[in-house]
Design a protein around this ligand. Structure first.
Ligand SMILES: [Zn+2]
Length: 383
């Protein structure tokens, strides 16, 4: 049993509550949140603000080995089926794959992520490599495997949290039926797919199926969320909303590849659950602060109005709801994953709005307190 006392952003709406006592059981689950005076293990200074640990809603942890070799390339040249990523991935050694994964995990922990959702390459072997590495790091990985060689979808789903299809061209009727059957019959199984990342993908879908790829994805797959949807139109968004499917946008990677900034305001206004992800490690460092600030600055440039609080939710509360996992918020029953920020730090002092300060000013160096499943990862000011 562990307890913390702090000013905190509590519940699904990240509501500011002063001086709360949070109790976490030995399993790492929050079992009580109260204002009552109680004996406490970790009393954070008055200037601190406690928030849920960040959730990276989309990443490929395996491609850190390719860092900074793709700037200026198109999406296809970098990550297309014949692009530099998949060409080098297939020829890389197991040791290279493992050190790449471990580098991504280390960066995420250092930058304040306590959970991430990985689109895992390499079938069963790829899943195994990530799971073996995860044991050594204070971070939760939700792994979405993909069909690979002769690996069965049933086995992939059994070893992971679900299926992450690369695109609508990567499954036939048999595979999609199998994924839907697994979702219906296995508790917690997730289905997701990359969609409408570029106009080329939509054109290819129109040429192949006579419909836009989001329509095809919704029709064939029982989905929890889609990735990107950068070029989703009004009808696409309405269909996603109607089917209760979330969107994980990756603004950093979209702009890196020379694509449009995603329609975040339209997604939020449509009532769709929005998550944000850092995407490929080789082009975008897995840093929640860079992702949040970049999203808010670029939203302004593309005439979109989004609140800093909504962006904070896209990296905490929303991915938890989207994946039906008890993560991303300070509520009873949820995992004891926390970050504490000293609002008197040089970066954050004088700010009149902590949602803006956290999303547009904070850096990993401002994390003074970090906990994963009730276990201390970092406490800078510990006496
Ligand atoms: Zn991706």
């Amino acid at each position: 049993m562990v307890s913390i006392r702090a000013n905190a952003l509590v519940g699904p709406d990240l509501e500011y509550v002063e001086d709360v006592h949070i109790q976490i059981d030995t399993e790492g689950t929050i079992i009580n949140i109260t204002n009552e005076e109680q004996l406490t293990d970790y009393v954070l200074p008055q200037s601190y603000l406690l928030i849920p640990g960040f959730v990276n809603a989309h990443i490929h942890v395996g491609d850190a080995y390719l860092k900074d070799q793709t700037y200026g390339l198109s999406l296809d040249e970098a990550v297309g089926s014949t692009g530099i990523k998949h060409q080098t991935l297939s020829s890389s050694t197991t040791e290279e794959k493992i050190s790449s994964i471990r580098n991504s995990l280390e960066m995420q922990v250092n930058n304040g992520f306590t959970s991430f959702i990985d689109f895992r390459e390499g079938g069963l072997q790829g899943i195994k490599l990530l799971k073996e590495s995860l044991v050594d790091f204070p971070i939760r990985g939700l792994i979405l495997g993909r069909p690979y060689n002769k690996d069965s979808l049933v086995e992939i789903s059994k070893q992971s949290d679900g299926i992450g299809f690369p695109d609508v061209f990567s499954f036939d009727a048999t595979l999609s039926k199998e994924a839907n059957f697994l979702k219906e019959n296995e508790v917690g199984q997730l289905n997701a797919v990359h969609v409408s990342e570029s106009l080329e993908v939509i054109s290819r879908s129109l040429a192949t199926y006579g419909r836009r790829d989001i329509e095809v994805a919704i029709e064939r797959l029982d989905l929890d969320f889609v990735i990107h949807a950068t070029y989703a139109d009004k009808n696409d968004l309405k269909s996603l909303r109607k089917n209760n499917i979330g969107i994980v946008s990756c603004p950093l990677s979209a702009v890196y590849y020379g694509l449009d900034f995603p329609p975040l305001e339209a997604i939020i206004n449509e009532g769709i659950l929005l998550g944000l992800g850092t995407d490929n490690v080789f082009c975008c460092n897995p840093d929640p602060f860079r992702l949040m600030a970049f999203s808010l600055y670029n939203a302004r440039a593309s005439k979109q109005h989004i609140s800093p609080k909504n962006i904070l939710k896209a990296l905490t509360v929303n991915p938890g709801i989207m994946t039906q996992r008890m993560i991303g918020q300070l509520s009873v029953g949820y995992s004891g994953d926390f970050l504490g920020f000293d609002l008197n730090s040089p970066n954050l002092s004088f700010s009149k709005d902590f949602y803006t300060a956290l999303t547009m000013r904070a850096t990993p160096a401002d994390i003074g307190f970090q906990m994963y499943k009730g276990r201390l990862v970092k406490w800078k000011d510990q006496k």
